[in-house]
Design a binder for this molecule. Structure first.
Ligand code: GLN
Length: 195
C-alpha cells in the first residue's frame, strides 16, 4: 500500500518536502491546500516558511478544522521550522494564531542575527548511522517542553527537535539535504498509526 502524505501548501517550501518524501518507497506525497485533500491523508507535513502567513491562510481557507480532525484521529503531523512554531502551544512574545497541539514553548528567529542561517552536523536520537546535516534558516528553538514530550536533538544547547506521540517537530530543514532518515522516521510513524 502507498501511504498518502500531504504537505500543507499555502505558503513556504512545500515543493521541496513533496519531492523529498517521494524519494521513499510506499509513499504518495502531494501538496494539499483544501480541507478535503487534508482529510484524505494518512499524515501531514507543515513546511517551513512564515508562520504568521501560514497561520492566517489556514484560518482563511478553513483548514484548521481539517488539520484538527487528523490530529484528533491520531494521524501523524510533522512541522518543520514555521511548521514547528504552528504546532507549539506557546510562542514567546507572540499571540499569533497557531494550531497549538504540542506541549512546548518556542521562540521565533531565536538563534540571533549573526547566525540567521547556518548548517551543522546534528546528532538526532533514534536515527541510526550518525549525525545528519541540518540546515537552519531564521530558525526557532524550543524553550520548554511538557512531560509527554521527547527531546530528539539539541544544537548549541537549545532544543531543536521534539516528538509528542503522533506529533513531530524540528527547527531545521531535512527537506533541503539529501539525507532521508528524518523522512523515513516520519513515514514509520505514519505506518505505525495505520497498523
Ligand atoms: N522565521 C520563520 C517564522 O518565524 C520561520 C523560518 C522558516 O520556516 N525557515 O515563521
Amino acid at each position: 500500500m502507498k501511504y498518502r502524505i500531504g504537505v500543507l501548501s499555502v505558503q513556504g517550501d512545500f515543493a521541496e518536502h513533496v519531492a523529498a518524501m517521494n524519494d521513499l518507497d510506499d509513499v504518495e506525497a502531494l501538496p494539499v491546500k483544501t480541507a478535503e485533500a487534508i482529510a484524505s491523508c494518512h499524515g501531514l507535513i507543515i513546511p517551513g516558511g512564515e508562520s504568521t502567513t501560514i497561520g492566517k491562510l489556514c484560518q482563511r481557507f478553513g483548514l484548521d478544522e481539517a488539520i484538527g480532525k487528523l490530529h484528533a484521529d491520531g494521524r501523524p503531523i510533522w512541522g518543520t521550522c514555521a511548521g514547528l512554531i504552528l504546532l507549539a502551544r506557546d510562542i514567546v512574545d507572540s499571540d499569533q494564531w497557531r494550531l497549538g497541539y504540542m506541549d512546548i514553548e518556542v521562540k521565533r528567529n531565536a538563534f540571533g542575527r549573526q547566525v540567521d542561517s547556518f548548517e551543522t552536523d546534528l546528532a538526532v536520537a533514534k536515527l541510526a548511522g550518525g549525525a545528519t546535516r541540518a540546515v537552519f534558516i531564521r530558525a526557532p528553538y524550543v524553550t520548554t517542553v511538557g512531560d509527554n514530550v521527547t527531546v530528539m536533538a539539541t544544537c548549541r544547547d537549545k532544543i531543536v527537535m521534539v516528538r509528542q506521540e503522533h506529533l513531530l517537530g524540528c527547527a531545521f530543514h531535512p527537506e533541503l539535504t539529501d539525507d532521508r532518515r528524518v523522512q523515513q522516521y516520519f513515514l514509520d510513524m505514519v505506518k505505525a498509526a495505520e497498523s
